[in-house]
Design a protein around this ligand. Structure first.
Ligand SMILES: [Zn+2]
Ligand SMILES: [Zn+2]
Ligand SMILES: [Zn+2]
Ligand SMILES: [Zn+2]
Length: 157
């Protein structure tokens, strides 16, 4: 027996955002020609909110990066893309929910740990600061800033 094809016919497919499924105010992505919410206006500048499908795809995916940087070929097999990011960020950019297609075999990576207290930092979610190869969690970053402020103060006195 032949397996039945269950693909929906293209003509009857309704346009909808490939990320959230809404069907109003759509536009197409430049990078991969998918329907997406035309909702960049919703983004409040410097808020870092992740409420805009269009912005999320443009800012947090390899697909968009690859397109902007004008690399050749498929972003999923692109060596320059791979080299451009820390593995953790690379994997996140390639597999987060702002992708239409996800990286099929994301590489393994060691979790990033705070150089001061050893807590695991999720680079895509947590607050952190970095200094060369060292990373500091939000708490330690604040501590370090306070220390530095303290140091400069005592120097002034
Ligand atoms: Zn959407
Ligand atoms: Zn894209
Ligand atoms: Zn690329
Ligand atoms: Zn820490």
């Amino acid at each position: 027996m032949k397996p039945k094809k269950t693909k929906a016919k293209k003509a009857t497919q309704k346009r909808k955002c490939g990320l959230c499924g809404k069907s109003r105010n759509l536009t197409k992505t430049n990078c991969c020609d998918n329907w997406i919410c035309d909702d960049e206006y919703k983004y409040v500048i410097f808020s870092y909110a992740r409420n805009s499908c269009h912005r999320n795809h443009n800012h947090y995916t390899l697909c968009a990066y690859h397109h902007t940087e004008q690399h050749d070929g498929d972003w999923k097999e692109c060596a320059p893309c791979r080299r451009s990011f820390e593995t953790e960020i690379y994997v996140w950019y390639g597999t987060n929910e702002y992708n239409f297609e996800k990286l099929p075999n994301p590489p393994a990576y060691e979790p990033t740990k705070c150089s001061q207290c050893g807590v695991i930092i999720v680079l895509s979610e947590d607050e952190y600061s970095s200094l060369g190869k060292e990373y500091f969690c939000g708490k330690c970053t604040q501590k370090r800033m306070r220390q530095r402020a303290h140091q400069t103060k005592s120097l002034e006195n």
